[in-house]
Each structure stands twice: as C-alpha cells, then as structure tokens.
Design a protein around this ligand. Structure first.
Ligand code: ZN
Length: 868
C-alpha cells in the first residue's frame, strides 16, 4: 500500500482559522531557527482540537496567550501538532528548528548552491513550521529574516520591506510584510548573494511597480529577456483581461536547484534558472520563447491562483488550467498565433492523450490522491486549459472576459472551486455551461466521429461522440466543433447560412455546438466539391475519426484557412506514409515530396512552414501505430523516410537553407527565430543522409555558430551517429560551456536524446561524470528523463533501459522522492509495448514495489501503473 488516500468527497471547511502570522527565521544552512506568533480563531465547537500540519520539524516549545504550554495540552505525531482546550480567539506561539542543507527533497526551506530558498506548493510550508497548511486558510504574513550579512547579503520575502538593519554579531535582518492575505503555499523566502536588474512598470491607473529579476552576479547580463517578458505580461493582462498588478514591488529570483519550472509565490516568484537566463550565445530561440511563456504564466497567477485561490488541492486545474490558457493566449498574441496554437495542440495530442490512455489516466479534477504532487500533470494543466478554451470558444471572447471579471470580483481574496468559475462564465454569457463540469470529472480522451455529405448545395454533418474510459452513466460532453470548407480550386467557401453561428466576422468558421451523443447539422450554400476541415484551431481535445484520403489531405495541407488544419493534414500524410510502408502497400512518397516542394515555394510564415515540414515525433507515430506494428519497425520506417527525403530533395533543401544561414543575425526576435527555425528544420532533414558532406557542414556550423540555436542544431545532427566529429564537438562544448549550469544540462540532454547507436553506453558514463549530480533535478532530468524519452534506446529489447531507469528511481527515492515519482511516469507508456517488453517493464516496477523504504508518493505511481 502507498499511504492514506485523500478524497474530494471528504472535504470539510477549517475548524480554526489563522488570520495572521508573524514569523522570525534565523537563517543558517545547517540549522535554521523558526519562531511564529499566530492569531487563531475557532470556527467549530468548543471541544474542537486545533490540528496543525508539520513534517520533519524539531519542536522546541509551544505558547498559548504568551504562556508556555505544558506537555499534556498538546501532542505531536510525525505529521501533526494537536492542541487541546483552545479558547475561541487566542495567540499561539511555536518555536522549531529545520535543517536546510540536509533537505534534498527541495520542499520547504532548502539550499541551492550558496542560496537558501523555499518551495511551499503544495505542502512544503509544513516543513518550515506547524501551520494549517491548506489553501483555504488565507492569512496575513509578516516575516523577519535574520542571517549572516557576509553569507546572505540579500534577504527577500513576499510583500514589502518594512524594516532592515544590522546586528552587532555580523548578522543583519530584513522584515517583510505582505499586504494581502494568502494561503501558506504562496509563502517564499530567498537569502543569498544576488544581484538584480530592475525596471519600473506603470499600471493602467498610473501606479508604479518596481520589477526586479534577481540572479547570481555572473548571470547579470542574462536577465534582461526575463525582465522584458515580465513587463510585456503585465501590460497584456491589463489590456486583455483588465488585471492590474496589485503590488508595488514584484520580484523574480533564479535558482539552480528547483523541482519544477517556476513558482508563483505572491510578489516573489522563484524560478528554475533555465526559465530566466538567456543570451544569444547561451540560449536557443526555444529557450527565449519558453522564458516568455513561463514568466507570463507565473505573473498571471498573481490573479488566477493568488488573488483568487483554491478551496482544496482537487481544484488544482482551477488555477493551472486557467493560467495555462492565459499564458497560451499571451504567447499567441506576442509570437505567431498559428504556430503557437499548433505547438500547444501537438503537446496535448501526444503527451496528454498518451497520459489519458495509460495507467496514470485521471480526470482534470481527480477524485482522490495519495500525494497531490503526483497530479501536476498534462491532464490538470494542458487538458484543463483546453476545457477553458472550449468555454471561451462556446461563449465568445467578450463574454469570456466579462465572466472572468465577474469571477475575480465575486471571489476576490477567496478560495474557489471549479463550479464557481463555470457559474461566473455562465452568468456573464447568459448560457448554461454546467455540462462542462463533465470535462472535469471524467478521465479519458473522447472519440469524435464526424461525417460530411455534400449534395444539393448543402453540407450535412453528422457528429457522434464516445469516451471509452468514462463511466457508463457519465453522459455526453459539450464540444465546440469548428469547421470550414475549401473547394477543389483551393477557394475557401464562406458560411452564408444565417442559421449557423460562426467564430469569426468574415464567416469562414462555423461553430457547431455538440451537446448530445449524436447530433446532425446542416449548412446550406456549400459546393458539392468542397473538402471539410474539422476541428479548426483544435477546437476540442478529442481524437477525430473521419473518412479521409490523400487528395483531401494534400488540399487541406495547402489551402485550409486554419493553420491547425493545414499542419494536421501534413502530419496525417506523414503518418499515412509510415503506415503504408509497414503494411507493405504502395506508399505516397512522390506526393509527399511534391507537397514539400510546394510548401517551400510558398513560404509566408517561415515558423509555420518549419513546423509543417518537421516530421511527427517518434512518440506521436508510435501512439498511432503501436503495438499493432512493432516499435522498432515504426522507428526504422520514420528514420528511413527522413533519410530518403534528405536524399530526394538534396539540392532543393540546400537551395533554401544555405542562403538563410548566411543572412540571419544572432539575436532572438520573432522574425529571426522563425526564419532560423525553417533553416534548421531543412538542414536537419537534409543532414539525415548522414554522409561525409552532411558531417562536414554540421561540424563547420558547429564551430562557427554565433548563437546557441545554431550550435545545438549542428550538435544534434552530429549526434545522429557515432563519429570523431561528434566526439570533437561534444568535448569542445564541454570546454566552452561546462562551467555554466544551464548549458551543462544542455550538454547532458543532447547526448541522452541522441539517436546514435552508442547512446546507452554514453548515458551510463554520463551519470558517472564529475559534473553530474543526483541532487540536482535539472541534471537528473537532462540525463535520465531525456534517455527515457529516447524510445529506441529506452525500450531496448533486452530490458536494460528499464533496469537503468528503475535503478535511478530507487536512488532518487532516497534523495528527492518527488523527482523519483516523476521518473516513474517513464514506465507508463505500456499501451505501446509488445508482450515481451511489457513483461520486462512490469518486472522492474514489481521490484520497485517490493523495495524497502519506498516513499508513499513514489509507490503511488508504481502501483497505479501496475494496476494495484
Ligand atoms: Zn502554474
């Protein structure tokens, strides 16, 4: 068994409230002393017991109304402090000690390099002191930090600095007051030797907000993009969602040791340094995009999550789904909307759909958990965002904005539920959206069957839906199905039928609102030779089943009015190639090559063309084709088509990428990064020929690269095979960048993700490399996660890949259980595997389940996959 189960149905409001807390932390790497004074109010019966959460704390004393509490009035267990006979209103004091340097779990207060920092979401605050560590207890925090002035020159916490000074013993102090009540998971402290870049943002009502990004001294020149992104995000949230920054000081800190991407602590965001640091020499264009997105995401939480928080952790998607939707829209508006929407759709269609089809499938709002940390998933985040997006499409952008305004007004400073948000969107739009709750409460990816008959000048569209994973009484889901039409000449047929709702003013896209298991729609005025394009903009997160043929795919790929439909048609064509190859039937390779040539002759948005020409990931193809076809067959077929495309289009590809390479500047901006993406996509396709010419050019591009995007593109090409050129480039990369944390992780991940036949041996060597460190999550992910995502090597027929990752889980279970639990997810792609592989994989999981000392959160994941 893997620990006690928490259930949504068991939710009960707090029996006590802590309205205020004053904390003093005497910060020290080895041992930090914590003193708190809390204003507590009883909301339950007179005999109610105050039960505070606490983990791995050394308790030194408890006071009630300023008087030391004798031992009989309270008791401690490994996870609780219980206080009996509490008055109605009282002041509670606690003294305890914690040990940051020994905290390798990276929850609570821990050391990252020479810094001390915190991570409290979801339940890390209980590792700092005893408290009501649940999101529905908003509390006013005052925090005094005391530390050695030499070791920790900067002392930061949430809110505003209200006092600071030096003490006689070489220590100094800083007192911070947060003007807003917040749940404990948003508490933050950072102490260390940091430097900041700073700017001032003036809000729409004219209030100045000081914005600071804190980094280590040597990274000062790499913080500018993060700061600029923050200012962009602030302006965007005002103009798009009327959300004005409510703080006078907004700070972001980069740390190297961090379990996740970043954390939205009120007024003091703590970031994994890979989502802060960027310069053209050290960050790829994708890194620049990622920083923009994550900085935006954490900032948007200042309203969706912080100002209105969660009633309980089951509502996690209420803040995450909504905030992912907001960061997606921010990046769509700031970068290229079509490209960004396709990128988001790709992620959900492969990664989230696989999660939802496998043993770790769960609803967007799970009904139970052992450890909520195991539910920070693609389903809660990305599928949750798709559900928000569907409601946005359903009621339209204006009503959606009005609904969010209502939500933030109605629940300001409160702790809300998914039902609360849906009610606000419904009230503002005058439409009943309550059926959308079904998307939150049932797991699985629905299948949408779609049929279109064109005759007599009308389109008759039949839609039906089915979710094989949903309980039988679950009921149909509401789905916005966006459709458009192109005729044989490539002209778009507009929707003239006045009975049909459209999503756009020019009436290109019809909005069909599916609410039943099966439903028919008729659109008049559509020519009989038209091709229908289903699910424009990926309007619902479903698997589409519709009759299709190569001619229609080619027409949609060239002319569909929606970028998602264009991309999807090309992607379906490549999938068809591989499927036909595996079936031994006639492949449509010639048509595919013609389509590539046609795309290259008509480039409008280079970033989009790059995405349209890139082959589907190995995982995406395996998801559609395995285990009906063997995994190695799918990978070999994909690799074969890439090689053949490189050969067949050798001259055409060079004609396009060579001049682009010469013309592009090193820096990141939207236009440059789009053209660079196209150039490197074509280069990678060409280089798949793997001959002396491709190696020589890759080596030359590697050596003369002026920016990290090009350097990594060349290095990745060299890592396709074992060669002296590859070894030279890898050694050079380490010499140039090995001293730098973020680039060192890149060096690890490029090797672990490589297709070359000696990758497994290299990965085994990498974990023994002096620069590797099991206590650092970025390095662990760079090697172990990248390897586990490298399908051909991880799923080796002899099972050695499984043993290797299983051993890593066992080791990480002791060091950082959260990272270990995440690593177990690598074993969840069971639906792709043949019986022999499945048996080996299960053998590794069974030995993990039997291993002594496995932590609850790790066992929860192991048991879910084993179906125990
Ligand atoms: Zn978030």
């Amino acid at each position: 068994m893997s620990g006690p189960i928490v259930r949504l149905s068991d939710y009960a409001p707090c029996v006590f409230h802590i309205d205020r807390i004053e904390m003093t932390l005497e910060l020290d790497l080895e041992c930090t002393a914590v003193r708190t004074r809390m204003s507590v109010r009883r909301a339950g019966p007179a005999d109610a017991v105050l039960e505070l959460d606490g983990q791995e704390l050394q308790l030194e004393g408890v006071t009630l109304q300023g008087r030391e509490l004798e031992v009989g009035r309270y008791e401690t267990t490994p996870e609780k402090l219980r206080i009996f006979n509490c008055p109605e209103v009282f002041e509670l004091g606690i003294r305890n000690r914690i040990f940051p340097a020994a905290n390798t779990a990276l929850e609570g207060l821990y050391a990252s390099g020479g810094l001390l920092c915190t991570q409290c979401e979801p339940e890390g605050f209980r590792r700092i002191t005893y408290f009501l560590d649940r999101p529905d207890n908003p509390c006013l925090f005052t925090v005094c930090l005391v530390a050695s002035a030499a070791t920790f020159p900067r002392l930061l916490s949430n809110g505003h600095l209200v006092d600071s000074g030096t003490l006689a013993d070489g220590r100094h102090f800083a007192c911070w007051e947060d003007p807003f009540p917040k749940p404990s998971y948003l508490f933050a402290v950072v102490a260390g030797d940091l430097v900041c870049v700073e700017d001032t943002f003036t809000t729409v009502s004219g209030r100045p907000v000081t914005c600071r990004v804190w980094v280590e001294h040597h990274n000062r020149d790499r913080a500018g993009h993060a700061l600029a992104s923050l200012l962009l995000a602030m302006r965007w949230d005002e103009s798009t969602f009327h959300r004005e920054c409510d703080l006078d000081l907004y700070q972001v800190v980069a740390v190297d040791a961090f379990n996740a991407g970043a954390m939205e602590n009120k007024g003091l965001n703590i970031f994994n340094s890979r989502y802060v640091l960027a310069s053209p020499e050290t960050a790829t264009d994708a890194d620049y995009d990622g920083i923009l997105r994550v900085i935006g995401h954490e900032y948007f939480h200042n309203w969706s999550g912080n100002r209105v928080t969660l009633r309980d952790w089951f509502q996690l998607s209420l803040k995450e789904g909504l905030t992912v939707f907001r960061d997606q829209e921010f990046t769509c508006d700031t970068l290229s909307r079509g490209v960004k929407r396709v990128a988001d759709a790709k992620l959900i269609r492969t990664d989230q759909f696989l999660e939802d089809a496998g043993p770790l499938s769960h609803p967007v709002r799970p009904a139970s958990y052992v450890d909520i940390n195991n539910f920070y998933t693609r389903t809660v985040y990305e599928k949750g965002a798709e559900v928000i997006r569907m409601m946005h499409t359903w009621i339209g952008a204006d009503a959606f904005v009005a609904g969010l305004d209502l939500y933030f007004a109605r629940h300001d400073h409160g702790a809300a539920t998914v039902e609360d948000l849906i009610a606000c969107l419904g009230d503002a739009s005058g439409q009943d959206l309550s059926l959308f709750l079904r998307w939150y409460d049932q797991p699985g990816t629905p299948i949408l069957r779609a049929k279109c008959v064109l005759e007599n000048g009308e389109a008759r569209l039949s839609l039906s839906q089915q979710n094989p994973r949903a309980p039988s009484d679950a009921g149909p889901l509401p789905m916005p199905v966006v459709v458009s039409f192109v005729d044989t000449d490539g002209e778009v047929s507009l929707i003239h039928d006045p009975h049909i709702e459209c999503t756009d003013a020019s009436r290109t896209f019809a909005l069909l609102k599916l609410t039943r298991s099966g439903q028919d729609f008729v659109i008049s005025g559509i020519p009989a030779d038209a091709t229908v394009c289903w699910l424009g903009g990926f309007s619902a997160p479903v698997i589409l089943e519709a009759d299709d043929d190569v001619a229609s795919m080619l027409r949609r790929a060239a002319r569909a009015p929606d970028p998602y439909n264009r991309w999807n048609a090309g992607s379906d064509l490549m999938l068809t190639l591989v499927r036909q190859d595996l079936e031994g039937t006639t492949a449509v390779f010639t048509e595919y090559l013609e389509a590539v040539r046609a795309q290259l002759d008509a480039v409008e948005d280079p970033a989009f063309t790059a995405m349209a020409l890139a082959w589907p990931r190995e995982l995406t193809l395996c998801q559609s084709l395995c285990p009906a076809f063997p995994l190695e067959g799918v990978l070999a077929s994909r690799a074969g088509f890439l090689r053949e495309t490189g050969r067949a289009l050798d001259a055409t590809l060079q004609e396009h990428f060579v001049p682009l390479h010469a013309a592009l500047p090193a820096h990141w901006d939207l236009e440059t990064s789009g053209r660079r993406a196209l150039k490197n996509t074509l280069f990678a396709l060409w280089a798949r020929q793997c001959n002396g010419q491709t190696r020589a050019l890759a080596r030359s591009w590697y050596e003369h690269a002026t920016n990290m995007t090009d350097r990594i593109a060349a290095l990745s090409v060299l890592c396709l095979e074992a060669s002296a050129d590859r070894d030279m480039a890898l050694a050079d990369f380490f010499d140039r960048f090995g001293h730098d944390f973020t680039m060192l992780t890149t060096w690890f991940s490029v090797q672990a993700a490589a297709a070359a036949p000696d990758t497994f041996d290299n990965v085994k060597r990498l974990v023994e490399h002096p620069a590797f460190d099991w206590t650092n999550p970025n390095k662990v992910r760079a090697v172990i996660r990248s390897f586990a995502a490298n399908l051909g090597h991880f799923h080796r027929a002899d099972g050695a890949g499984y043993d290797f990752v299983g051993d890593a889980v066992l080791r990480l279970n002791e060091i950082n259980p959260q990272i270990a639990a995440g690593m177990v997810g690598s074993f969840s792609q069971t639906g792709l595997l043949d019986p022999a592989r499945l048996q080996r994989l299960r053998g590794v999981l069974e030995s993990l389940a039997r291993a002594p000392g496995m932590k609850d959160k790790v066992l929860e994941q192991v048991n879910r996959i084993l179906g125990a």
